[in-house]
Design a protein around this ligand. Structure first.
Ligand code: ADP
Ligand code: ASP
Ligand code: MG
Length: 407
């Protein structure tokens, strides 16, 4: 008898009929003898709808109140799923994050899970009850409601699986696994049977939203077997593993990720001397704004320039901060560009191959795509380009690395 944690995403619980279908799936697994813990997202579109309501009243709502608001979406789906399960004759009980309790730090909107008190859940499971826990939410030490960041229900599922020492954590979504790239952009994308944690972390951090990055990190750290599956069609899905034993020889590139959510800022004509980069970038990170790609250059006249990217939502604040630093430093100019996109090729096979970057740049050149910024890690090469060419770039790279072919 296995203990399985299953997470159903927004589309999978997007209507009463779909919640009914989830209940039937859960019943089938329960009747096969498994102990079941289910976590759900809000119905599709609900979290965005709630954020929209908030913005109509206040363009800078308090983060604490935002969490009280957006956590309601998941409370609706846990109750509805339990009702559907009970109608099918199953014993089930719903819990909010606070009721479990899922304890987090106090970073509203991007809280991290510190501890899960699994006693109540364990007692229910021992009685044969199907436990349904709200995804995406927790409480801090003062019982304030917190949320885990967009896509955070994945992390709830993995954290529950780790706390309960589950046999497997299954992420049910609207695609039947992790693909070589987003199958909604490249029709030839291919489902991967397995992908390593390392690669999945890079894919997620470069923009593949099929799994929240923290969920993958957490699963890797605690050794939680993690599988992505479809809510709508049966199949093996994709297993995220420590080592990909299936392939003796690793492909150089396993997948392509992309991100349309970033914006680029440049400050030009600043002194080329110690402390300047710290001053410029420090002012941005002190405001809790995450910086992604950073490039510094020195011009002929010995003045320096720094270009970096931030999330598009943070652009107005980051630009304002940069302009005030520019005034202090006597900088020549500040420019901002939100019409950019980032594309990354990812693969553990890159470690043992030379010339991967050159091949990527050649491919983009063949398509006439200009590269604005480049950043690399051991298993990733990412470039920033004009957002208009994003889909072209992803398709061209997918073909260049033969990703549509079965290996
Ligand atoms: P859920 O609401 O179930 O959490 P998400 O929308 O967060 O679902 O994640 C699933 C989506 O991720 C898919 O519909 C797909 O468009 C997108 N996606 C991006 N990259 C990939 C990839 N490499 N493999 C599979 N899906 C991907
Ligand atoms: N409902 C939340 C969101 O839309 C959490 C999730 O779906 O995982 O981001
Ligand atoms: Mg998601």
């Amino acid at each position: 008898m296995a203990l399985i944690v299953q997470k159903y995403g927004g589309t999978s619980v997007g209507s009463v009929e779909r919640i009914q279908a989830v209940a039937e799936k859960v019943r089938a697994d329960h009747e096969n003898g498994h102990r079941m813990v289910i976590t759900v997202s809000a119905m599709s579109g609900e979290t965005n709808r709630l954020i929209g309501l908030a913005r109509q009243l206040n363009d800078a709502p308090a983060l604490r109140e935002m969490d009280v608001l957006v956590s309601t979406g998941e409370q609706v789906t846990i109750a509805l799923l339990c009702m559907a399960l009970q109608k099918l004759g199953m014993r089930s009980r719903s819990y909010t994050g606070g009721q479990v309790a899922i304890e987090t730090d106090s970073a509203h909107g991007k809280a991290r899970i510190k501890r899960i008190d699994e006693h109540r859940l364990q007692a229910d499971l021992n009685e044969g009850v199907i436990v349904v826990v709200a995804g995406f939410q927790g409480v801090d030490e003062h019982s304030n409601i917190t949320t885990l960041g967009r896509g955070g229900s994945d992390t709830t599922a993995v954290a529950l699986a780790a706390a309960l020492k589950a046999d497997e954590c299954q992420i049910y979504t609207d695609v039947d696994g992790v693909y070589t790239t987003d199958p909604r952009v490249v029709a030839e994308a291919r489902r991967l049977n397995v992908i390593t944690f390392e690669e999945m972390i890079e894919m997620a951090s470069q923009g593949s939203k099929v799994l929240q990055i923290r969920a993958v990190e957490f699963a890797g750290k605690y050794g939680v077997p993690l599988r992505v599956k479809s809510s709508f069609v049966d199949g093996p899905g994709t297993l995220i593993t420590l080592e990909d034993d299936e392939q003796m020889e690793k492909p150089v590139v396993s997948g392509i990720a992309f991100n349309r959510d970033e914006a680029k800022l440049t400050i030009r004509g600043i002194p080329d001397q110690p402390g300047v980069a710290a001053q410029v970038l420090g002012s941005i990170s002190d405001a809790n704004i995450e910086i992604d790609v950073i490039v510094q250059n020195v011009a002929k006249d010995n003045s320096a320039s720094i270009t970096f990217t931030v999330n598009r939502n943070d652009l107005p604040q980051a630009e304002a901060l940069l302009r005030s630093i520019a005034a202090e430093l006597g900088a020549e100019e500040v420019t901002a560009d939100s019409k950019i996109a980032k594309v990354a090729i990812v693969g553990v096979g890159m470690r043992s191959h030379a010339g991967v970057a050159a091949r990527m740049f050649e491919c983009l050149a063949e398509e006439g795509i200009n590269i604005q910024l480049i950043t690399t890690s051991e298993i990733k090469i990412a470039v920033v380009i004009d957002e208009r060419y994003l889909e072209l770039a992803v398709r061209a790279l997918h073909a260049k690395y033969d990703l549509e072919r079965l290996r």
